[in-house]
Design a protein around this ligand. Structure first.
Ligand SMILES: *[C@@H]1O[C@H](CO)[C@@H](O)[C@H](O)[C@H]1NC(C)=O
Ligand SMILES: *[C@@H]1O[C@H](CO)[C@@H](O)[C@H](O)[C@H]1NC(C)=O
Ligand SMILES: *[C@@H]1O[C@H](CO)[C@@H](O)[C@H](O)[C@H]1NC(C)=O
Ligand SMILES: *[C@@H]1O[C@H](CO)[C@@H](O)[C@H](O)[C@H]1NC(C)=O
Ligand SMILES: *[C@@H]1O[C@H](CO)[C@@H](O)[C@H](O)[C@H]1NC(C)=O
Ligand SMILES: *[C@@H]1O[C@H](CO)[C@@H](O)[C@H](O)[C@H]1NC(C)=O
Ligand SMILES: *[C@@H]1O[C@H](CO)[C@@H](O)[C@H](O)[C@H]1NC(C)=O
Length: 413
């Protein structure tokens, strides 16, 4: 059984720590998968009958500002502004209405995690690697819960850190093998490609071939890179999404400008950087002797920001029981990431965009990330008086959440 820890962007590792890390593997075993498949299969996938529901007196975040109180109507799974035929009315009491939040980098494998995400107003997640395609298919499109959009098996170099330490088996040996590997990823229903760039990983030619093969299918690729040298390889490959930022040496202004010119985007995942660099036990496990600092990550983010690179909010949260990444929890960490991005220097409005309209645009999530006519009714209503444009931590003041028009009520399943 394949380890899934390799899916972490954590790979803040070096080869010198193999022995140390071997005690930190977390397997998702067959019985865990079977239990999850049973739980997911037992949920009703029938859409409950709904008429139109009007949310009155809500202050819409329109992607730039918070508007005067108005009415939004949920019609089935979609948003409309047409109030004709409304059957139910919910008074928003002047609360801010946000598009459901998007976590652009997560690792999850359970029904419970979809419920937790919903309770935190996170209605779409980008799962950054799949270790069992049957389970990934079952997690997708669970009616009334957070949407699960997923990578396939991540591509890694044989004998690399991800292979040796995390047990990843998505091997590619030569550029000529890339098209078949990529075809398998998409043949198994994956939404996007995941590639690992690390110091003992692929050479440039294999990276390029994986990215090219992905683009040849009209799909997009995400590349894990958390150190300076691996970041450069990822930039040159013209991968679409760079996952993490260098936490050893900040990327340069020139690199940031090149990322912008090449229309790449970055999901910095300051959350995992914070976790890895603020607990000496964890840092020793993941750093492998490379000096990692949170500040290097923050400087990287600031340079990306100034270069105008699209920045997406993602956490690298993982739901494997007993993970050594203490505190890397599903749900709450996205709200923390918003705070970290704010603290790094982004404005509140750009932070909110990083969790809504920006990931929708760059991940091609058509009809999501904004409150517009015909868009999916993924909505987060905040409590009256809570304004995240004044204080970003107010995204935690959650009143109600809808996934594709179905209100999430904890415990209702
Ligand atoms: C399988 O994984 C689960 C969750 O990590 C764990 O609780 C359980 O003990 C494991 N079962 C076996 C047979 O290894
Ligand atoms: C997923 O895991 C289940 C349970 O171990 C197994 O039966 C199935 O073959 C696996 N599916 C894939 C595609 O690996
Ligand atoms: C991996 O390492 C082993 C021994 O350490 C070596 O025999 C093998 O050729 C290597 N494989 C690749 C693909 O480099
Ligand atoms: C799914 O992936 C496996 C390798 O992981 C591959 O053998 C299989 O052909 C793929 N299925 C499809 C339909 O592409
Ligand atoms: C990838 O595509 C680029 C741009 O089309 C091309 O210059 C490069 O040679 C390709 N590389 C590989 C390894 O396919
Ligand atoms: C640091 O991480 C280790 C490994 O996960 C954990 O056992 C320990 O409790 C953590 N320490 C603190 C102070 O959180
Ligand atoms: C932002 O709100 C949090 C709690 O929601 C509060 O603790 C904090 O002091 C507020 N910050 C500012 C600058 O008002």
């Amino acid at each position: 059984m394949q380890s899934i820890i390799y899916l972490l962007l954590t790979a803040l590792l070096s080869p010198s720590v193999h022995g140390c890390l071997s005690g930190h593997r977390h397997e998702i075993n067959a019985s865990y998968i079977e239990t999850q498949l049973k739980l997911l299969g037992a949920r009703s996938q029938r859409t409950p009958p709904t008429g139109k529901t009007a949310l009155t007196n809500v202050r819409i975040f329109d992607g730039w500002r918070i508007r005067e109180p108005s009415t939004v109507v949920i019609d089935g799974d979609s948003i409309t502004f047409d109030p004709r035929g409304v059957r139910n009315t919910i008074d928003g009491e002047g609360g801010v209405l946000l598009p459901g939040l998007i976590d652009s980098h997560i690792h999850l494998s359970s029904l419970a995690s979809l419920e937790t995400l919903s309770s935190y107003g996170i209605t779409t997640v980008m799962n950054m690697g799949c270790s069992n395609y049957t389970l990934c298919a079952a997690l997708r499109d669970q009616i009334g819960l957070t949407s699960f959009i997923t990578a396939g098996e991540g591509a890694v170099a044989p004998n690399s850190t991800h292979a040796k330490v995390f047990g990843s088996r998505g091997f590619v040996n030569l550029p000529s093998q890339a098209p078949q590997f990529v075809a398998n990823v998409f043949g198994n229903g994956s939404n996007f490609m995941k590639i690992i760039s690390e110091p003992d990983g692929f050479n440039q030619a294999i990276h390029d071939a994986l990215v090219n093969a992905t683009h040849a299918l009209g799909k997009i690729s995400m590349t894990h890179a958390q150190d300076y040298a691996s970041y450069e390889v990822a930039i040159r490959s013209r991968t679409d999404g760079l996952q993490h930022v260098p936490f050893d040496v900040p990327l340069t202004v020139e690199m940031a400008q090149r990322i912008e010119r090449q229309a790449q985007f970055v999901t910095p995942t300051l959350n995992i950087g914070k976790i890895a660099t603020s607990n000496s036990t964890i840092e020793a496990i993941v750093s492998g002797g490379i000096d990692l600092t949170y500040e290097a990550g923050v400087t990287s983010v600031q340079r990306l920001m100034r270069a105008g690179v699209p920045l997406l909010a993602g956490t690298d949260a993982i739901d494997i029981a007993g993970s050594f990444l203490k505190g890397d929890l599903i749900g709450i960490t996205l709200h923390q990431e918003l705070q970290y991005l704010k603290d790094a220097g982004m404005s509140e409005v750009d932070v909110l965009r990083a969790a809504t309209v920006v990931p929708a645009t760059w991940h091609n999530l058509v009809g999501r990330g904004s409150i517009r006519e015909g868009y999916r009714a993924d909505l987060l209503l905040l409590k009256p008086g809570s304004d995240p444009l004044r204080n970003i931590s107010k995204t935690m003041d959650i009143a109600r959440v809808w996934n594709a028009g179905i209100e999430y009520v904890p415990g209702r399943g």
